[in-house]
Design a protein around this ligand. Structure first.
Ligand code: GLV
Length: 315
């Protein structure tokens, strides 16, 4: 078996228990020598070698032999990096299932905006049979902030559908069919050509509050926002102001700070906002376990880990 050379030890899982049960079945099949446990059933803490968590336990000191931590999600901002032992590798989830899910959600949102789905839903409620001009995807300029694995999967779909695609990232990238921009100096030119802006940035000290009034003002008037990053990227009042004065036409938000927003929060009722409960994508046990076990093998062989977080850059 591919993973039979992995040594025995405890793999502790601390996230959604339902999906944890699926992880447990996959571990039992692929790497039965590992003692897979679901939090809070940690067994002997001294035997825990690996941890996969959405939120890590408060006291990592309880696990003196911990070698490796996996984030269950693509993002790692929920980890307090300063509180983690500096030499302990942290790996973010880079697996095909989560990328495919994100590509679906972003494509759905972009198509809904491009094909004016919200307008037709409102017209239907008024019994109005009114055709709006259908424009080709090539006339719609989509821009993605952040060009990591999830963004690349989404852009590949959008390029296939014929959208006029651009992307922006901190350091330079080259992607087929995508006009790539890099660095702070390139941001205004990038924004000026985005009819639909998709945020897929990691949340770091540099990107917190990046979705603010100045950024919205740099977009063409009437642009739309699809936000699938983190709630902390967005200055909420700036979004409401931009929607209310027409600078932005609509927003699709999958994330919010806090989650859920309070019951009386304006996002719930705003006619130009579509709000979903952080479901744009989810780690899929079947594909994630394969990726995690392959990474354990790399770790065991002393090879470079895939998705290793660079602590200093924060993702
Ligand atoms: C979810 O938001 C994730 O980080 O995977």
């Amino acid at each position: 078996m591919r993973w039979s050379e992995l040594p025995a030890g405890t793999f502790l899982y601390k996230a959604d228990p339902q999906r944890g049960a699926e992880w447990a079945r996959l571990f039992a099949r692929h790497a039965p020598q590992l003692d897979f446990r679901i939090w809070p059933d940690v067994g002997d803490p001294a035997k825990v070698r690996y941890l996969a968590a959405w939120l890590p336990p408060d006291d990592l000191g309880a696990f003196p032999r911990l070698e490796l931590i996996f984030s269950i999600g693509a993002g790692i901002d929920q980890f307090d990096l300063a509180a983690l032992p500096p030499e302990l590798p942290l790996v973010r989830m880079v697996e095909p299932g989560i990328a495919a899910g994100m590509a679906e959600y972003v494509t759905l949102a972009v198509l809904a905006i491009h094909r004016q789905w919200a307008t037709y839903a409102a017209q239907q409620r008024k019994h109005a049979w009114r055709a709006l001009r259908v424009r080709p995807a090539s006339a719609c300029r989509v821009g993605v902030l952040g060009l990591g694995v999830l963004a690349q999967a989404a852009l590949a779909q959008l390029v296939r559908l014929g959208f006029d695609c651009a992307g922006w990232s901190r350091s330079a990238r080259a992607l087929d069919g995508v006009a790539c921009h890099a660095g702070a100096a390139a941001l205004p030119d990038f924004l000026a050509r985005c009819d639909i802006l998709v945020c897929l940035l990691p949340l770091t000290a540099d990107t917190r509050n990046i979705l603010n009034r100045a950024l919205f003002d740099a977009l063409p008037r009437g642009a739309a926002l699809v936000h699938v990053g983190r709630g902390g990227h967005l200055v909420q009042q700036d979004l409401l102001d931009a929607l209310n004065d027409g600078q932005l036409a609509q927003a699709v938000l999958d994330v919010c700070e806090p989650e859920p927003p309070p019951a009386d929060h304006p996002f719930w009722e705003h006619p130009a906002i579509v709000l979903t409960p952080h479901i744009a994508s989810m780690t899929q046990p079947e594909t994630a376990v394969t990726v995690v076990l392959d990474n354990l093998l790399r770790h065991h062989r002393g090879q470079a880990l895939e998705g290793l977080v660079e602590r200093t850059r924060g993702y």
